[in-house]
Write a protein that binds this ligand. Structure first.
Ligand SMILES: Nc1ncnc2c1ncn2[C@@H]1O[C@H](COP(=O)(O)OP(=O)(O)O)[C@@H](O)[C@H]1O
Ligand SMILES: [Mg+2]
Length: 278
């Protein structure tokens, strides 16, 4: 479980990127974090593993506090968080298998990683994980020979091999075609359900988020302005998050079912946060 309390981030240059975000993501739940460019989505994800140092607030992974953790404790905590980026930094000259095993580097002694000698159990695990993400036929291919969707699958496999409790996923489909985007979102949903992982997925494609994710958190100018079921993303909510626009083609109608239903997550009632305060 991920718990965020009163998270604030003020970059040295510029305005506050996060202005007091509260968020709980239980094990097994995948949330979609949406919002306009500059809303603070990437900052939020990076604060969770402290690639970006929060200005205020507290972050917990299970019972362990991430904020304030010593360097050593932080290293251990980061092993429990899998990061998947849009342009996942694969090592181009290494094979799929080598890239995936690199996910275990934090956990194998240094001399072993140097000589790329991984424990047989890790190698077995890597094969199983690559099979799960549909890359078994490509284990020996170099990363630079892969398609965008395949690269993203390597990123997912690499994160999973860490055996994380939480996945942090920043714009996983931004450079993928629509069909591949759906396949990747479906895979993310499935593996998180299978392993009871909590996940935060930054995604700017609202329709795609609605299609695959049960719960959506809408961020605007560093504040959560919506936290509720994806079915609650109507024109009013989208306007609250993104501003005025004709949302009739994006907002899912009440009786319209998506063609790829999200794995049914227990959906809390929509909460329009701060609506009353404004
Ligand atoms: N390294 C940085 N230094 C200064 N300002 C930053 C930095 N990263 C992001 N910002 C600012 O913080 C705000 C939120 O950015 P970001 O988290 O990237 O939003 P999003 O991912 O939703 O597009 C923006 O105003 C952006 O300009
Ligand atoms: Mg971003």
């Amino acid at each position: 479980m991920l718990r965020i309390e009163g998270l604030q981030k003020q970059y040295r240059t510029g305005d506050a990127a996060l202005r007091g975000v509260d968020l709980v993501v239980p094990a097994g739940e995948v949330i979609g974090l949406i919002g306009p460019s500059g809303a603070g989505k990437s900052t939020l994800i990076r604060c969770v593993n402290r690639l970006v140092e929060p200005t205020a607030g507290r972050i917990f992974l299970g019972d362990d506090e991430v904020t304030g953790a010593s360097r050593r404790a932080l290293r251990r905590l980061r092993r429990r968080m899998g990061m998947i980026f849009q342009e996942f930094a694969l090592v181009e000259r290494l094979t799929v298998m080598e890239n995936v095993l690199a996910g275990r580097l934090g956990a194998v002694p240094f001399w072993r990683s140097l000589t790329r000698r991984f424990p047989p159990e890790d190698v077995r695990n890597a094969f199983a994980t690559l099979d799960r993400v549909g890359l078994l036929d490509h284990v020996d291919k170099r990363a630079d020979a892969l398609s965008g969707g395949q690269r993203q699958r390597v990123g997912i496999a690499r994160a999973l091999l860490q055996d994380p409790d939480l996945l942090l996923i920043d714009e996983p489909t931004a450079s993928l075609d629509p069909k591949t985007s759906r396949q990747i979102m479906r895979l993310i949903g499935e593996v998180c359900a299978e392993r009871r992982l909590a996940a935060v997925v930054n995604i700017h494609d609202v329709a795609l988020a609605q299609m695959f994710l049960g719960r959506i958190v809408g961020l605007k100018a560093g504040e959560v302005v919506y936290d509720g079921p994806s079915a609650g993303l109507d024109a009013t909510v989208l306007t609250r998050i993104y501003g005025e626009e004709d949302w009739t083609r994006t907002a899912r109608s009440a009786d319209g079912e998506p063609d790829d239903a999200a794995p049914a997550a227990p959906a809390p009632a929509p909460r329009l946060l701060r609506a009353a305060a404004e």
